[in-house]
Design a protein. Sequence first.
Length: 326
Amino acid sequence: MKNSFRKSLGMLVGAALLTLSSLASAEPLKIGYSDWPGWVAWEVAIDKGWFKEAGVDVKFDWFDYVASMDAFAAGQLDAVSMTNGDALVTGATGAKSVMILVNDYSNGNDMIIGAPGIDSLKALKGKKVGVEIGFVDHLLLLNGLKKNGMSEADVELVNVPTNETPQVLASGGVDAIGAWQPSSGSALELVPGSKPIYTSADEPGLIYDLLCVSPESLSAHRDEWKKVIAVWYRVVDYIKDPKTFDDAVKIMAARVGVPAEQYKKFISGTNILTLAEAKKHFAKGDGFTSVYGSTKISDDFNVANKVYEKPQDVDAYIDPSLTNEM
């Protein structure tokens, strides 16, 4: 009797565990994304129903950029769209991720913008620059200063949240700002006579934008993530095809409430990578042409600016294998 009871109980427990496992596996992959052209591009696949066609259940959640990283750190997301430098910051504070897909590198959308009368980085000597300290446009500024024989000591940094930089520039409180789109574009519109004096187009590969997945989700759902990557390159083909480019822009612009013609400028400042290009940038190397090299430079920057204390194991954050299998 007892043996029969135990056997029945064991069968019930086993069935319950199978049910729970099935429910867990039925959960969609949760991805956080935010207002950057290389990430807004996911909207094309969402609009077209391409994830369903690919047989992968995905849920995209829209956030402000910093909030998306906070949600990932809190375990609310399986993956998040981040820059390579910010992936290190998030990981150093406890929420590790793996870069499995490189969407693009910034090609002009990240800008150092001078107030009227400021025509070059050299003109900033002794001036105030509003920038979110420790974020990518702080790195962009330092890179530009170095190229011009200057250093951070030659300017006075004012810590300003990126989304507030247009208003700070307009107030006259600083002589220049560092910002990415759409904040950089807003600043140029808000302050007549302001102009970009150094941009990410001057240093391709300084800022990579990627899909970063938790190691646990990648391990448990590798085949599904591979399908997500395949859908992404369908999106890239759609954007790159002159016949469908306008439709792609229309979908992306609608997501962020910007006129399509205006949004085309944002896309031109974002070098969305083809599969062949992405594979080249995912190859190991030094310097900005490699995700590995660029991320090492970001790691050095983060440690030097006390964003976190100890250097990160850069290789542990990067897995090009799924992209290379495409």
